[in-house]
Design a protein around this ligand. Structure first.
Ligand code: DLL
Length: 433
């Protein structure tokens, strides 16, 4: 294993991890209280003093931070060090509302890249690998994070960024890339193009590190099969640093959270009550080692489950399940909760490619759900009656999964726009009426 497999940290005893977290949390709370007036006010309003936080058992006493707070405090309101100490800014994509910006000192960049390096090593990476980074570079954290992690591992790093699919594939073949890092939807697009060009025997990939958006196990199997690789999940968010907050090991049974840097909780999204292992709820992070932008009890809106079960890989850090998507990705259609990932599972199980679009409209005060699904080129030669039989079969399968009717429209291959970054699967037109 490479230098960035850090067993003394990643396989430390639970007692040791707790001791680190207790000590770092106490220090961090003082740091934030003294340097971030915005959070001091929240603590004062709750009647909590830094001295009240003596260990992780007291974490629940601290107020939550939400995305709304980050927008309120934009741009500098949550900065905990002088601006002169910061060396980098990254930002979320800001599809809704104001962008959120995060600041980093050199120490923060180092710890973030360490986390990404751990993820690359967990996926089998070493200084013998060619790491092909097709996440976007720039304000998005995907490219810079994996790029830095790959340098730390000592791998040969290809900073491709996203887009220009032809060139991506040419470099992949010519330079014999072994580890691909990009969003799962872009990996699926790359795989599709590689097959169309008949280049599957020319690529030398062995692993992929895919994240930044929700993806199903079915999509994982599909990409693994098409690219002949093992596909590893990686999770993170700009507010907490970027990719590498957690990552999958070879067991692929959840993502280990880097607990020497982040304390994870799962809460009931309505009451805010902390939930035990195994119960589904909203993931909350407390950053205990970051200097510039240390968020305490940040509500991610990602829904998942934590598990402290022993992992066969030897790592002892808690695992989080694949997030089902953000709580705000969840659609409420006719009063029923629908996650795009449920629809993806049905489509891939029935042999359709992961090229689909979910369209929600409101007609006469009633919600309508439509799923447009691309046919494979083999299906495209079907007769009209075969197509309508297929549509009916999908309507039934979706009804069984979601409990509601969804109109299904099969569309011609290549109709749905491919994604080079985070895919936009849902078009919700209800707010337009
Ligand atoms: O997406 C950071 C990242 C880059 C993660 C590359 C992994 C790989 P943001 O743009 O701030 O940061 O978006 C963060 O994306 O709260 C989740 O809702 C979602 N997300 C990230 N990773 C996963 C994943 C980056 N593996 C938001 N599975 C998070 C599901 C994910 N959702």
């Amino acid at each position: 294993m490479g230098q960035y497999y850090q067993p003394e940290i990643e396989c430390a005893s639970r007692e040791q991890i707790k001791a680190w977290q207790d000590e770092r949390l106490v220090k961090q709370v003082h740091h934030v209280y003294e340097h971030v007036p915005y959070y001091k006010k929240l603590m004062d309003e709750k009647g909590v003093k830094p001295e009240d936080i003596r260990s992780t058992e007291d974490l629940h006493k601290l107020p939550f931070l939400t995305k709304a707070d980050l927008r309120d405090a934009y741009p500098y309101g949550l900065l905990a060090v002088p601006l002169e100490d910061c060396v980098r800014i990254q930002s979320t994509s800001g599809t809704t509302g104001r962008r959120v910006v995060a600041f980093y000192t050199q120490h923060d960049i180092d710890l973030w890249e360490d986390c990404c390096a751990r993820a690359i090593v967990a996926a089998g990476g070493s200084n013998k690998d060619v790491v092909h980074v097709s996440y976007g570079y720039g304000l998005f954290t995907g490219g810079p994070g994996l790029n830095g992690g790959s340098h730390k591992v000592g791998s040969l790093t290809l900073p491709m960024s996203s887009g220009n699919t032809e060139r991506q594939i040419q470099f992949m073949c010519d330079l014999e890339s072994t580890i691909l890092c990009c969003t799962p939807s872009y990996a699926a697009y790359l795989a599709e193009t590689i097959w169309e060009k008949g280049l599957q025997d020319k690529i030398k990939l062995k692993a992929g590190i895919f994240g930044a958006e929700a993806w199903t196990q079915e999509m994982r199997h599909d990409i693994e099969e098409k690219l002949g690789i093992k596909a590893y999940d990686i999770y993170g968010l700009t507010e907490i640093s970027g990719p590498g907050v957690s990552f999958e090991c070879c067991e692929q049974t959840g993502m280990h959270i880097n607990e020497d840097h982040f304390i994870a909780e799962v809460i009931d999204p309505v009451t805010g009550e902390v939930l035990p292992d195994g119960e589904k709820g909203e993931l909350v992070f407390t950053s205990i080692t970051k200097q510039a932008f240390p968020l305490l009890r940040y509500r991610t809106r990602d829904i998942c489950v934590l598990s402290h079960e022993k992992c066969a890989c030897g790592r002892t850090h808690v695992k989080m399940s694949k997030p089902m998507g953000r709580s705000d990705d969840m659609l409420i259609i006719k009063g029923v909760n629908v996650f795009p990932s449920q629809i993806e599972t049905v489509l891939l199980n029935k042999g359709y490619p992961a090229n689909y679009q979910i369209i929600v409209t409101r007609v006469n005060n009633s919600d309508n759900l439509e799923v447009q699904v691309e046919m494979t080129s083999e299906m495209f030669s079907d007769t009209v009656s075969q197509v309508s039989r297929r549509e009916k079969e999908l309507v039934d399968a979706l009804k069984a999964m979601l409990g509601i009717y969804a109109k299904v429209t099969l569309v011609a291959p290549k109709t749905i726009t491919r994604s080079e970054g985070k895919a936009v699967r849902v078009i919700d037109k209800r707010n337009l009426y």
